[in-house]
Write a protein that binds this ligand. Structure first.
Ligand code: URA
Length: 287
């Protein structure tokens, strides 16, 4: 019998290797076999990628590559490739515009096949909190805890966000929370510009339908995506911007430091506190 590389590693080495993979961001298995994605020919796009009903294969069976592991769905190859990014962005615009309430938007996202991140994420992370709240927070993309629980900001960064909210008298009953990208990028990497562009019509529509009075962009990525700014978060934070929520209608928007960054750089919490006080004042002015 051929001896595999794994068989010649002892227990300690295997543990060390697994830890190293996790540190490098390799924390989920997508396939038993390695795939050279650069060598694969592009697959024909589905006829109407934005409007596919559910994720069912022929005869109501899950499509190839969907493997159930307990309550977690692991998506393994091969599955049809997502459509080219331009087509994904176009169908995202159509699907988002056709949704007339938040439930319909969530359903449209569940059915959307135009973003490759959906294949590696366990589930859609749509929103948490109160959609009727005066203030909406938007982060970058779900992490591992959010991907497991299906709710934004539930991991360590989310717990810090909750404490930050509490410090100005807010909680998930009076804020609405979502992400610019609603599927977890593998290994918690930053979403690519293409992935962000494909998801943009959905988050813009989500903000429009929730109709908050104030928008808070959490971290550089959300601020750059939604406010169109080029500068980094250190310069962008704490300033008030206009966000065009619908044609001719603007609301106030602010960017703040991401709680995941604050966990790594606690000395910067002072700036976050300044921004939270500014948010509190703006909310008081609205009442
Ligand atoms: N970071 C984000 O930007 N969003 C989450 O939901 C969790 C962590």
């Amino acid at each position: 019998m051929q001896q595999t590389d794994a068989a010649i590693l002892d227990r300690e080495q295997l543990i060390a290797l697994t830890r190293w993979f996790a540190d490098m961001g390799v924390d989920c298995i997508l396939s038993e076999e390695p795939h050279d994605r650069f060598a694969e020919a592009p697959q024909p796009a589905p006829a109407s990628p934005g409007h596919q009903a559910g994720r069912q294969g022929p005869g109501g069976k899950p499509p190839l590559g969907h493997v159930s592991a307990g309550d977690r769905i692991v998506r393994a190859s091969p599955v049809a490739a997502p459509p080219p990014p331009d087509q994904g962005a176009l169908s995202a615009r159509e699907a988002a515009a056709a949704a007339h309430d938040l439930d319909a938007l969530q359903a449209a996202l569940e059915a959307f096949e135009g973003c490759a991140l959906k294949r590696t994420a366990s589930r859609l992370v749509f929103a948490d909190g109160n959609p009727a709240a005066k203030v909406m927070f938007v982060g970058e993309a779900p992490g591992a805890d959010e991907d497991r629980q299906g709710k934004p900001f539930v991991g360590r960064a989310g717990q810090l966000l909750d404490r930050m909210l509490t410090s100005i008298g807010l909680d998930r009953e009076n804020v609405y929370i979502a992400n610019a990208v609603p599927w977890r990028p593998p290994g918690n990497r930053t979403p690519t510009p293409q992935e962000t562009a494909i998801c943009l019509p959905f988050i813009r529509r989500q903000i429009e339908l929730a109709d908050p009075q104030i928008l808070v962009c959490i971290g550089a990525s959300a601020a750059q995506t939604l406010l169109g700014i080029k500068e980094g978060i250190t310069r962008a934070r704490g300033k008030w911007y206009d966000y065009e929520i619908a044609e001719g209608r603007r609301i106030r928007a602010i960017a703040m430091l991401h709680p995941a960054f604050l966990l790594r750089s606690p000395a910067r919490k002072r700036e976050a506190w300044t921004d939270l006080r500014s948010l509190k004042k703006a909310l008081e002015e609205k009442t």
